[in-house]
Design a protein around this ligand. Structure first.
Ligand SMILES: [Zn+2]
Length: 264
């Protein structure tokens, strides 16, 4: 089994035909995907898609949408009730995609921070793993996680991890959080060598693999639309990089996912 632990089946880039192809291919190739929500209005469609055996889903508000849920005091009942409703579905296994992005949207920093912190509270309260998007805000995210970590271990994945800071990587690993690795690792640019270096050296017990499709398409398809079934390319890439057997890597990733989500 392969696991694409972060993708977006409800992204407008996919039409019905694309979805049909994706669902067929992932079933044929024994790929399971976790499709993350970026806004509340996607979750109903995600729940419907999750009736497919190979599809799981996440509940979250992407940092780019967070300003719509501000001030959080006005929206927390809506978010909590909605989360509890979808939580009854066993295929809801993550809170995500949530986070803080100060690279693209520094002007909504306060809104993003409040909304993200509310999701960390939900994750802590209901023992759910977080799929976190962060760019130029790793320290802000880590500080919020650590605040809750004092009471109870927070299960968190830093999706599409691209930070070149050793301190940030160490914080993540020392707190037993995870990094999500996708298409960027295959990009040939010299500037991504540091990411390959990380993946060569860290213990794979804190790694999950993902596509973030329809974005971040791996080589050799870079520039085209990405699909969850491209996660096989990421598995093969890491298996070659680490010189480990593909079957062993598949087992490691599966074990990691079982540690972080209860429903696997
Ligand atoms: Zn994403």
């Amino acid at each position: 089994m392969f696991f694409d632990t972060h993708c977006h089946l409800t992204d407008p880039k996919y039409n019905d035909k694309d979805l049909e192809l994706i669902l067929k291919k992932i079933q044929e190739d024994n790929i399971f995907c976790i499709s993350m929500a970026t806004d509340l209005n996607e979750i109903e469609k995600l729940e419907i898609l999750s009736s497919n055996k190979n599809v799981y889903f996440g509940f979250g508000i992407h940092p780019y949408e967070a300003h719509k849920y501000y001030p959080i005091s006005k929206y927390q009942d809506l978010l909590k009730n909605s989360f509890l409703k979808y939580k009854q579905n066993q295929k809801l296994i993550f809170i995500g995609e949530v986070g803080i992005d100060l690279y693209n949207q520094i002007e909504t920093k306060n809104q993003q921070t409040e909304v993200f912190e509310y999701f960390v509270y939900l994750a802590s309260e209901y023992n759910f793993p977080l799929s976190i998007h962060t760019r130029s805000a790793e320290n802000e995210v880590i500080n919020i996680l650590k605040k809750y970590e004092l009471k109870k271990h927070i299960k968190a994945v830093f999706h599409c991890f691209v930070s070149d800071s050793k301190d940030i990587l160490n914080e993540i690993l020392n707190n037993n959080w995870y990094i999500g690795v996708g298409g960027v690792i295959t990009f040939k640019n010299k500037k991504n060598d540091y990411l390959r270096e990380i993946l060569l050296n860290i213990d794979l017990t804190n790694v999950l693999l993902e596509t973030d499709s329809p974005y971040l398409t791996p080589e050799p398809y870079r520039g085209k639309t990405n699909y969850p079934f491209h996660v096989k390319i990421i598995y093969e890439y890491i298996s070659n990089l680490r010189k480990i057997d593909l079957e062993d890597l598949k087992q490691t990733i599966f074990n990691n996912l079982k540690k972080i989500t209860d429903n696997f």
